[in-house]
Design a protein around this ligand. Structure first.
Ligand code: NDP
Length: 283
């Protein structure tokens, strides 16, 4: 029963039944490459055991851990402090021991921004984000902290979209607006960065496409997709065909791992080793 739950969570995140945790494979590849005598373990913890698990990890000498759904919000109750973006998002995916205290960070959005910076500086950029779930929240907060001038949230369900837009408007130094996504969306021509933070295109829905006007996608736009599996989605393919600079979902996954490893071990790992390990997992 336990194993079934764990596999269901991996399937929800990566789209196909995967027996190995891709994050574990990626992080341990970095540990081996850098000859770090560390382990990254995948341990399933039920909601009723979360507090004991967090305390147990501390007394057993863990340097930190990642946590995923359904623990990203509740874990905050058992930590000693939060980093700035985790506090703004109200969600933690990475916990770090600092001076004997458990500090909660959110590395999803930071990983995304690291990938984005390889292509463009988010400072003063006009950004359109499809989606308003956990990934969109992490990315939009971090892109706003990195200095984006405006963020448009495009989402199917207005309530989630408006809630995220309100968070950005109220708590971050950028302007934000919500665009409802009932019909085909036309990307405004002055947009500089376009991000898919929905689960559209995740395996096995390989034919699924974002409903936007293809003529509104311009070669001047930087386009990013969060879907890690498959890394080459319709959006990635279409954007490359247009001549856009493109970031795929593996970039974000690798970079959040890079940030976690740096937090825990102090070592800056080689992202290319981590990406190669992930590519092997996803075939
Ligand atoms: P959530 O369930 O929290 O949010 C899903 C989002 O997708 C919502 O905005 C939802 O809209 C939208 N959506 C889903 N299906 C459709 C559809 N058919 N039409 C329109 N909108 C749709 O998921 P997360 O935000 O946690 O994750 C989203 C994706 O991000 C996942 O595929 C995950 O694999 C990926 N991800 C990648 C990471 C990486 O490192 N590369 C890290 C984290 C996530 P609505 O609100 O209307 O339901």
């Amino acid at each position: 029963m336990k194993e079934l739950n764990f596999k269901q969570e991996l399937t929800a995140a990566f789209g196909q039944p995967i027996s190995e945790n891709p994050t574990q494979v990626m992080v341990e590849a970095a540990y081996r490459h850098h000859q770090l005598d560390w382990r990254y373990l995948t341990i399933e913890v039920g909601p009723e055991d979360l507090e004991s698990a967090v305390q147990g990890a501390k007394v057993m000498g863990f340097q930190g851990f990642n946590c995923t759904i359904p623990h990203k919000v509740k874990v905050i109750d058992y930590l000693d402090g939060l980093g700035e973006s985790a506090s703004l998002m109200g969600a933690v995916n990475c916990v770090v021991r600092k001076d004997g205290q458990w500090i909660g960070e959110n590395t999803d959005g930071k990983g995304f921004v690291s990938s984005l910076r390889e292509l463009t500086d988010p400072q003063d950029k006009k950004v359109v984000i499809f989606g308003a779930g956990g990934a969109a929240r992490a990315i939009s907060v971090e892109v706003a902290l990195a200095g984006a001038s405006s963020i448009t949230i495009v989402n199917r369900s207005p309530s989630r979209g408006e809630e995220l837009t309100a968070l950005l408007t109220d708590k971050l130094p950028c302007s934000a607006d919500f665009a409802s996504w009932e019909d085909t969306y036309s990307i405004p021509s002055d947009t500089e960065v376009v991000i898919n933070a929905t689960s559209i295109g995740l395996f096995p829905d390989l034919d699924a496409r974002l409903d936007f006007d293809p003529d509104s996608l311009l070669s001047s736009m930087v386009v990013a997709d969060v879907i890690p599996n498959p890394p080459v989605t319709h959006l990635v393919r279409d954007a490359r065909a247009k001549g856009c600079k493109v970031i795929d979902g593996l970039g974000m996954l690798v970079n959040q791992g890079v940030i976690g490893i740096k937090h825990w071990t102090g070592v800056d790992p080689d992202p290319s080793v981590m990406r190669a390990a992930l590519e092997e997992v996803f075939g």
